[in-house]
Design a binder for this molecule. Structure first.
Ligand SMILES: NC(=O)C1=CN([C@@H]2O[C@H](COP(=O)(O)OP(=O)(O)OC[C@H]3O[C@@H](n4cnc5c(N)ncnc54)[C@H](O)[C@@H]3O)[C@@H](O)[C@H]2O)C=CC1
Ligand SMILES: CC(=O)C(=O)O
Ligand SMILES: [Mg+2]
Length: 608
């Protein structure tokens, strides 16, 4: 399958982009039923239009006298917000980055809490500027400071104290329909470690991306924090910390509480897709294994990241001017043997096996905090064991169990150096310089850890030390790099945001009972095929974030089609698997695009 990656032309990309923009902007919004009136509506961000309520609606909903008399159009409200945002940018010029980022996050968050339609309009139209605020890197800073920043709750918070009562607590959520849930226990937030309840910022940020990229209706998303305690001593000692002030639950106690929550969620919203996010290693694989055949769920760090990384790795092969089948010959050093690193290797092995038709023994090298992992290592986790190198094989290169990163890079001369370690700067000057001897004409460096300070290296350092012919990707955004020869060193954002919204959307629209490997593979293949040959030659492996809606529509369609082919799709809404099966690829993309929500003010109709 992977041999046949269809490379699209720039013209096809442009046509689809034009279509998606047109189709995602409905001209006549359908009315929306509200069960409240007056001030209650103004205080509800789902329905609030601030000064945008037309006079007739003010009459109908009991809003007369509660707003200044002039009606301001949606466009004027948008302009007004952007003006205050731009003046905030100007007024904070020269201040430390953290202060500026938090100030930007605050102004966006206030809008989010007040008027979601306007918030998502602003977010979608300025995704390039705002993704780094609502998503990585600023979301990391927000999580670190959550207890101090807290003003209003968002999403649901379940704690170890709620055991036995989750089934009833779940009904406290005001929406009867939920499509997408992102769930965390806060135990491994980006590369920042255990942040306990403060990790709720991550599901919120991921779901913002779902709304912006996949067009999921914001009234149908649900961020969830499962607070089972924290082992972060600093937080436990912080009097302002908002989570349970006790050590994390472990073992049977822990898993039984996750079981209970999953059952309750499935009971109330059986069609919802559940994304597991930022669970620590010891529970990430275990929960995925436990629930993936039972519920429509996936683990973004393991599975979403794998698909994005793989699409990038295939782009690297193309950039070298080699056929995709040459992937089997690529030497790849993966630094970080956690959820993300292992997810990538697992998928990459599947691809090599598929290409060679044999049990794969590719030239992939895995390094964790104790160095190169070989079969000699004792006590390795069962999920790591398949990727441990045979000792004789590494010996022939002059390496051994536990060889350090620099040694491995020097001896292996990899085509790709890929970091998912969470350790900022670990690709130091020496390591990057060693990449100059790579066997590839275009060595690839992926510093995928988040947020920015945890990236294995900066973009500037990669081009400076490893050479101007490298191709570069990072989990958090960096500016493109000006090279000495007047060329631009292009920075790819190698982040699972290019896949998880499409995986969720495709699973949802197909009514999939579960998320299968072929759905995930279809997502990755779609992303890998998205870039044109011209893009690839410029070192671009992923679309710009400005086209995230377009790529998500395509990924969503690919996932949906895979679910139908695999017969895991069930009827959801007016279109069932039989009709979906008869749609062409283009029709499926069109169908997915028309299902995307777009922020416009809907007429509100009151019903008791
Ligand atoms: N760009 C993206 O889309 C994604 C990025 N990530 C990032 O990847 C990082 C890791 O995430 P997980 O795998 O879930 O974490 P994890 O905690 O499961 O794994 C971390 C791994 O790094 C290894 N490690 C720690 N120190 C090391 C060192 N000095 N040298 C070599 N290896 C070292 C550990 O031994 C462990 O194997 C995080 O920073 C996260 O933000 C995760 C998912 C997606
Ligand atoms: C991007 C992401 O999911 C992470 O860094 O954990
Ligand atoms: Mg994550």
């Amino acid at each position: 399958m992977w041999r046949r990656i269809v490379v699209r032309s720039a013209a096809v990309t442009e046509n689809i982009r034009r279509f998606s923009i047109a189709a995602s902007t409905p001209s006549m919004p359908s009315p929306c039923i509200v069960h409240k009136r007056g001030a209650d509506i103004l205080h509800d961000p789902w329905f609030n239009k601030d000064t945008g309520f037309p006079l007739t609606e003010r009459d109908r909903l009991g809003l007369r006298g509660l707003l200044p008399p002039r009606v301001i159009s949606f466009e004027q409200q948008y302009e007004r917000f952007m003006k205050s945002y731009r003046s905030l940018e100007k007024n904070t010029e020269g201040q430390p980055d953290n202060i500026v980022s938090l100030a930007k996050w605050r102004i966006l968050n206030r809008l989010h809490d007040r008027n979601e339609t306007l918030y998502y309009k602003v977010l979608i139209d300025n995704i390039q500027d705002f993704a780094p605020i609502i998503y990585t890197p600023t979301v990391g800073l927000v999580c670190q400071n959550y207890s101090g920043l807290f003003r209003r709750p968002r999403g649901m918070y379940f704690s170890a104290k709620d055991k036995g009562e989750m089934m009833s607590i779940i009904y406290n959520w005001p929406a009867s329909e939920v499509d997408m849930i992102v769930l965390t226990d806060g135990s491994r937030i980006l590369g920042l470690g255990d942040l306990g309840v403060q990790g709720i910022g991550i599901p919120i940020g991921k779901l913002d991306m779902y709304v912006a990229a996949a067009g999921i209706n914001p009234q149908r998303v649900l961020p969830i924090m499962l607070d089972v305690g924290t082992n972060n001593e600093k937080l436990l000692e912080d009097p302002l910390y908002l989570g349970l002030r006790e050590q994390r639950l472990e073992g049977e106690e822990y898993i039984s509480i996750v079981d209970e929550l999953m059952e309750a969620l499935h009971k109330r919203w059986p069609k919802a897709v559940i994304q597991f996010e930022d669970f620590q290693f010891k529970w990430a694989f275990e929960t995925l294994q436990r629930y993936r055949k039972k519920y429509c769920m996936f683990n973004d760090d393991i599975q979403g990241t794998a698909g994005v990384a793989l699409a990038g790795l295939l782009g690297v092969v193309r950039a070298q001017g080699r056929p995709i089948s040459d992937f089997v010959n690529q030497k790849i050093v993966v630094v970080g043997a956690g959820s993300a690193g292992l997810g990538v290797l697992k998928m990459a092995y599947q691809v090599v096996s598929g290409m060679t038709g044999t049990t794969a023994n590719p030239q992939f090298y895995l390094i964790d905090k104790n160095g190169l992992i070989t079969k000699e290592r004792s006590g390795v986790d069962p999920s790591v064991a398949p990727f441990a190198k045979v000792t004789d094989e590494v010996k022939s290169l002059g390496l051994r169990e536990g060889s350090d990163l620099l040694e491995v890079v020097k001896k292996v001369k990899p085509h790709v150096l890929l970091g998912l370690s969470g350790v900022g700067g670990i690709f130091n000057e020496q390591v990057l310089k060693a990449m100059r001897d790579s066997n590839s004409p275009k060595p690839a460096i992926f510093a995928m850890s988040n947020p920015t300070d945890n990236a294995e290296c900066t973009a500037a350092d990669a081009f400076k030390h490893a050479g101007e012919n490298v191709v570069f990707g990072s989990g958090s955004p960096f500016e493109n790099v000006e090279l000495e020869n007047g060329k631009i060193g292009y920075v790819n954002q190698a982040n699972n945001m290019y896949l998880f919204p499409g995986i969720g959307l495709g699973a949802l629209l197909s009514g999939a009972q579960i998320v299968t490997d072929s759905m995930l593979q279809a997502a990755s293949e779609c992303l890998a095929s998205y870039m044109t040959e011209e893009d690839i030659q410029k070192g671009k492996f992923y679309p710009s974030i400005g086209s995230i809606r377009d790529i998500t529509a395509e990924v969503g369609a690919a996932v949906l089609r895979a679910a139908v082919v695999e017969e895991v799709a069930e009827r959801r809404g007016e279109v069932g698997p039989n009709e979906l099966a008869h749609m062409s690829k283009e029709e499926t993309v069109e169908y997915v695009t028309t299902k995307m929500w777009y922020p416009v003010y809907s007429p509100l109709v009151h019903e008791k």
